[in-house]
Design a protein around this ligand. Structure first.
Ligand code: C2O
Ligand code: CU
Length: 624
């Protein structure tokens, strides 16, 4: 309901502007009647979206509707039935344009004080002028003024959106203290990111990852000009035990591209987090870098470059990272990385490099754990940027034993469900192998997938209900009693310039990086964060260095689970909580990497921690 009504509101905003524009020029009963009718519909549509919550309608109720309603009422009172005087009709055209601007173009986020003042100044100023002229308006000069003003604004916005040559964390000015005590800021350096390193000592597990170019052939024969770790995609599985001190040496043999390694979901010390321009400089071609951290969390994780990640992860610079529990692992325990490859034959959906059905022999009775990772956005099936990648496991009841690397409490067997997953998220699927085949399929390619066991492949159904973690298992009791800080972030999207080009980026509080808020905390704080998705796209929000407990969705409490990559659909509100127990400067971004690339990035910064690194056009670092 939310999505449909909200989309109609935007379309109707354009229709309103057009109708009233025409009515202002030719003020006949038909046009004015249609205009008034459209206003009534617009009010009705906002009424329909009202139950979704105040955060979803506030900019329409506070800003858009009054700007449209006030002149419409003036038209009804003053101009019916003779269509005289004309200035209220012309004022309604101005109001309709401003309505369109609010619901479609600017989409402001609270607080609205400045917006109210500016928009009403425009409406009242224009109305005063029209009243004074008594409707005697020459269309061409008015249009000329509008075009010049709009053109100037567009020119200015384009120039202003170009990212600076050098940008560092200390230059972020939009500090959000979440209602808690305001401190000195993050650039009052007591500690540098570079001091927050992993432990010294002899490593329990040591690996080398060599970034190199290689042409990869998928199982269908389609080829990918890939960027690989160790000549393979995905990169090699790093399989370690809980408690291990892990050392990874990164060697960059790419020709022209910097590289880093980020340990997605592992809450490592900040200096080991692998974000170019925030926790290190990207490793240049020919360079090396050593990461060290203790793998304290058992579970399914993945690693990927965090330099140019929109392009580089897509091309293959990622791999699985598995931290095994102390207990012995029995049976089949494998990572399954769902990825969309850009190949010689177009975009192909695959598990690893298998873009056709792949059979694996498994004896009946074998315990199976599939560590499913979604490494890329869904563009083949459904609408690009929009629907989460969705999987189906057919042939046996199974449990979702873990989400985002953390075991769930009391998971129960599932059958006949679809598994939608945001980018970056992980589901561990466990079952005991039956005496007939089991199939895992990405619905973007219903003919492919992973087929375990002997016998004919079971058919894949897509008309199934979605698995919903919010009502699954026993839930984790919340360790949070009270909060030191509360953040609220409104996610939306609309036309805007970013780094000089016009597109339709997704925004946080109607802002793009580096203007997005920097969430400021002190070590030890209990932090509550609320995400409101008011836009058209889903956003898998990923906070580095911390795990958050999901507390509620759309205002209703959930069976809480720990997450590091939370899929937030249009029309949804999620409240999550985390303990600020890992000092540093941490990226917090949408893992739909296209969105991040277009500015859907913010940071969580601890007071007193500063980063000496820079990003921007004059540096090598481009984290997204
Ligand atoms: Cu998968 Cu910023 O990371
Ligand atoms: Cu997004």
């Amino acid at each position: 309901m939310w999505e449909l009504a909200t989309n109609f509101t935007e379309v109707l905003g354009a229709v309103l502007a057009l109708l009233w524009g025409l009515a202002a020029r030719w003020p006949g009963r038909v046009l004015v009647g249609l205009g008034l009718f459209a206003v009534v519909i617009q009010v009705g549509l906002v009424g329909l979206t009202w139950p979704t919550g105040w955060d979803f309608v506030s900019n329409r109720v506070v800003l858009a509707l009054p700007l449209m309603l006030a002149p419409s009422i003036a038209v009804v009172v003053l101009c019916l039935p003779r269509m005289e005087p004309r200035w209220p009709i012309q004022a309604a055209a101005v109001g309709a344009l401003l309505d369109f601007y609010v619901v479609f173009v600017d989409r402001p986020a609270p607080p609205y004080t400045v917006n109210v003042i500016v928009l009403w100044a425009i409406l009242l100023g224009a109305t005063g002028l029209l009243w004074w002229r008594q409707g005697r308006i020459r269309t061409l000069p008015v249009l000329a003024v509008v075009v010049v003003v709009l053109g100037g604004a567009v020119f200015y916005l384009q120039r202003a959106s170009v990212l600076p040559d050098r940008l560092d964390m200390a230059s972020m000015t939009n500090l959000d203290w979440g209602g808690g005590p305001v401190g000195m800021g993050h650039d009052h350096a007591m500690r540098s990111v570079t001091d927050l390193v992993g432990p010294v000592g002899r490593a329990d597990a040591a690996f080398t990852l060599v970034a190199q170019e290689k042409r990869i052939t998928l199982s269908s024969g389609a080829t990918v000009d890939a960027w690989t770790f160790n000549g393979q995609v995905p990169g090699p599985e790093l399989r370690v035990h809980q408690g291990d001190l892990v050392q990874v040496t990164l060697v960059n043999q790419l020709k022209n591209e910097g590289v880093t390694v980020h340990w997605h979901g592992l809450d490592v010390p900040n200096a080991e987090d692998g974000v170019a321009g925030v926790t290190q400089d990207a490793v240049r071609p020919g360079g090396t870098y050593v990461y060290r951290f203790r793998a304290t969390q058992a579970g399914s994780f993945w690693y990927h470059t965090h330099q140019d990640s929109y392009q580089a992860v897509d091309r293959g610079l990622f791999g699985p990272l598995t931290v095994l529990p102390p207990e012995e692992v029995k049976g089949l325990d494998i990572p399954v990385m769902a990825h969309e490859w850009t190949t010689s034959q177009g975009v192909r959906t695959a598990f690893g490099t298998s873009d056709t059905l792949r059979r694996v022999a498994v004896a009946p009775g074998t315990p199976v754990r599939l560590r499913l990772v979604n490494t890329s956005d869904n563009t083949v099936w459904g609408e690009a940027d929009k629907d989460p990648r969705t999987f189906v496991l057919t042939g046996t009841p199974f449990t979702v034993a873990a989400i985002d690397g953390t075991d769930l409490a009391g998971p129960t067997p599932l059958t006949d469900v679809r598994l939608p997953m945001g980018v970056g998220g992980r589901y561990d699927l466990t079952f005991t192998m039956p005496d007939h085949p089991v199939r895992l399929t990405d619905l973007a390619d219903p003919g492919g997938g992973l087929l375990l066991g002997d016998g004919p492949a079971p058919a894949v159904r897509s008309d199934l209900p979605d698995f919903d973690p919010a009502g699954y298992g026993a839930g984790v009791p919340s360790p949070f009693k009270a909060f030191d800080r509360r953040f609220k972030l409104i996610l939306d999207d609309g036309p805007a310039f970013y780094d000089g080009s016009l597109s339709f980026p997704s925004t946080i509080n109607n802002l793009l990086f580096p203007d997005t808020p920097m969430l400021m905390v002190k070590e030890g704080d209990a932090v509550e964060t609320t995400f409101v998705n008011r836009g058209h796209n889903d956003h898998p929000m990923h906070l580095h260095g911390h795990h958050a407990l999901v507390l509620s969705r759309n205002g209703e409490p959930v069976q809480s689970w720990w997450t590091d990559s939370l899929e937030i659909l249009p029309g949804q509100t999620y409240t999550i909580a985390f303990r600020a127990d890992n000092p540093g400067v941490w990226m917090d971004h949408c893992h739909n990497l296209k969105h991040a690339f277009q500015g859907m990035v913010m940071h969580l910064a601890y007071e007193g921690v500063h980063s000496p690194f820079q990003m921007g056009h004059q540096t090598i670092n481009r984290p997204e």
